[in-house]
Structures are given as C-alpha cells and as structure tokens.
Write a protein that binds this ligand. Structure first.
Ligand SMILES: Cc1ncc(COP(=O)(O)O)c(C=O)c1O
Length: 366
C-alpha cells in the first residue's frame, strides 16, 4: 500500500545527517529537535503551540485528560474511524456518543451533532478521515453555541485544508499521528497535539512527562511517560520540509485514479468537497457490488488493497460496553461494507495506477 523505502531514498542524505547528529550529541530524550519540531509543526498548522508525544493514540488520550474529561462525561464523535479515537475516550472513563458520517466525505455529518449533545457532553471530536477534512464550520458553530471545545483527530490529514486554513487550526486543539505510513510519518511511533491555548499545552506537556513541575523530581500530577523521541523529531523536521510537495504528488495520483476509473458501474470514487484540499492519505473506493471478488482479482494480479475500516468502531467487541448495535449508524455501516483502498503514496508510478485501474475496470465492467 505504501513504499517507505522509496520515500527514504528521496531524502536519504538529509535524514542520515539528522539521525547521526542526534546520536553524536546523545540528545535522545527531550533534545533540541523536539522543541524545534513542535515550533515548526505548530507553524505549519497555523497555530502557536504544540507538544510532542509518543504516538497518535497518546495524543488523543492525553488531550482528553488535559481537558479534565472523565467518568460520566460524553464525547461526541464518529464510529467510522480507527479504534484509537474510541479507545482514548474509554481509557478516560468517558463515553463516546457516536454520530453518523456524511457519505460523500466519510467524515462527521454536522446535521447529526446537535441531537447527540446532552448535559454530560464535554467535547466534540471529529476525524479528518483518509485526509479529507471534516466539515468544520457547522461543527464549530454547534460547539460554540453549546460552549464545547472541539478536538480534531487529524491523524490522517497532515496538510489537509479548508480554504487556506490547514487542519489543526480549526478546533481548540488537534491530535496527529506520525505512524510511519502517515503523510508525515516517523521511523517508529510518534505523535503531536497542537493548540493556541498555552495553558492547555502546558497541562498536556506536564501529563506527558510524569506530571513534572519546575524541577525534574517535582511531580505535581499523576502523569505518564509519553514523550516524543528526539530521533523521531529530527527525522520529522527533515520530512516536514517536502510535505506539501509530497501531498501535491498524492493529489496528482488521486486525480490519475479518478480519471482512469470514471464511469465504471457500481464504483463510487472519492471526491473533495468544494473549497477543501484533501491530504489524500488514502484513496478510498466504494464498491457497490462484488467487493470480495474485486479484492481477490487484484490480489491475483499482485495488487495490494485494504479495508479501512472493515467494522465501524461502535460494533467492535472492545467497545461493547458502549452498547452500540447494528443499524445505529447506517451510513458508517454501509461504508464499512463497500470501502476498498488501493495503493497511494507520493512516489507511486503513474503506470502502476493505470495498470491497477485497468484491472479494476476489467473486473467490474467485464
Ligand atoms: C484516525 C486515527 N486516530 C488515531 C490514530 C492513532 O495513531 P497512532 O497509531 O500513532 O497511535 C490513528 C492511527 O492510525 C488514526 O488513523
């Protein structure tokens, strides 16, 4: 689905130098690259502050903790997402209130948000899925009316934008994953939270570093060890520079798929909403007919595919305590039965796209 070696070889000298620099200086924990990446990534998102953490799951868990979310609280979110979005809520002893998604953008349907708000609601958590920014304006309007903060789960959407504003700058805060396959992927686990709220960022930084006070052994709240590794920060600083170029290359490849796949009966192609720039993390087809047959056909031709996600998280056994059942979220459930991703990454050759598209056409259009 991705070729991480191709990406490494594009910027190998800069990456090797950055890695060697960290090792030579033995700045493994909280080294200068950590602070610099926080500043650079916050500026990239169009916000003033950021805190690096160990991964995108911790970014969500710790952000919810920094809001003081706990037992009895509810968080309005979506089930058409990776399990981490739900885990983070449950690990804070709160309850996800799932709303369905908009079929065209795969993201939170703003028309459903207001109905999900109760006196227990403490936060709204939209997810920018596959790189497509959620429809933030109506979500922010509702949040404002109810006095609720919005945390964007931007794990899949580094560089995605609505108008000229990048994701991460809409909510009160946003969480990112730097998992290797992401648009801005580390060489291991890493994550970040961004926000304009200095106090929120300070609370989060404290929790992520053993609840530390002004002195190393001054522990003022119960925290944890979820620091961003200096090696990963150094790598991310190098990889941040060509991120827009790489996202542009993803966009070009998404357009090539769309051109080559237009007009195939039973196939719905992903599209950007007007005024939205997707980060094109994944190219998500919807197969109305024989998805399994298509998967098998492509596998027989050596073409990788994936289902992100085969089950919406309200139906995952891990979240059974929330009481979700089949039929609760018809659009999310429909998408899980139809969705199929084909390879998409900046270095993907256009000839490969043409070959994948012609195999899809051959199978579905006979
Ligand atoms: C939407 C979403 N949220 C959160 C995460 C968690 O990130 P990580 O794998 O870095 O913990 C992911 C990772 O795939 C994700 O896709």
């Amino acid at each position: 689905m991705v070729d991480l070696k191709a990406q490494y070889h594009r910027i190998k000298p800069e990456l090797d130098e950055a890695i060697a620099h960290v090792i030579e200086n033995a700045h493994f924990i909280n080294g200068p690259d950590c602070r610099l990446l926080e500043q650079e990534f916050a500026a990239y998102c169009g916000v003033s502050h950021a805190v690096g953490v160990a991964n995108g799951t911790d970014a969500l868990i710790l952000a919810l903790r920094a809001y003081g979310i706990g037992s009895g609280d509810e968080v309005v979110t979506v089930a058409n997402t990776f399990i981490a979005t739900g885990e983070a809520i449950l690990l804070n002893a709160a309850r996800p209130a799932f709303v369905d998604v908009d079929e065209a953008s795969f993201t939170m349907d703003p028309r459903r948000v207001e109905k999900a708000i109760t006196p227990r609601t403490k936060l709204i958590l939209p997810v920018h899925l596959y790189g497509h920014p959620a429809d933030m304006e109506p979500v922010l309007d509702i949040a404002k009316r109810h006095g609720l903060p919005v945390l964007e789960d931007a794990a899949q959407a580094h560089g995605g934008a609505i108008g000229v504003r990048r994701v991460g700058s809409f909510g009160h805060s946003a969480s990112f994953s730097f998992y290797p396959g992401k648009n801005l992927g580390a060489y291991g686990d890493a994550g970040m939270v961004v926000s304009n709220d200095v106090d929120f960022i300070a609370r989060l930084r404290q929790i992520a570093n053993h609840g530390g006070g002004s002195h190393k052994y001054d522990n003022v709240v119960v925290g944890t060890n979820s620091r961003l590794d200096t090696l990963q920060a150094a790598i991310q600083r190098v990889k941040l520079r060509p991120l827009d170029t790489c996202n542009g290359e993803r966009l070009g490849r998404a357009a090539a798929y769309t051109n080559a796949l237009l007009g195939i009966p039973g196939l719905v192609l992903p599209a950007e909403r007007p005024d939205v720039t997707s980060a094109w993390h994944l190219y998500a087809l919807r197969v109305k007919g024989n998805r399994e047959g298509l998967e098998k056909h492509l596998a027989s031709k050596g073409i990788a595919t994936a289902r992100h996600y085969p089950k919406p998280i309200h139906l995952q056994p891990a979240l059974a305590s929330v009481g979700g059942k089949e039929g609760d979220l018809p659009v999310s459930e429909m998408l899980s039965r139809e969705i199929l991703q084909v390879p998409l990454y900046p270095e993907l050759p256009f000839e490969t796209i043409a070959r994948i598209a012609s195999e899809i056409r051959a199978f579905l259009a006979g």
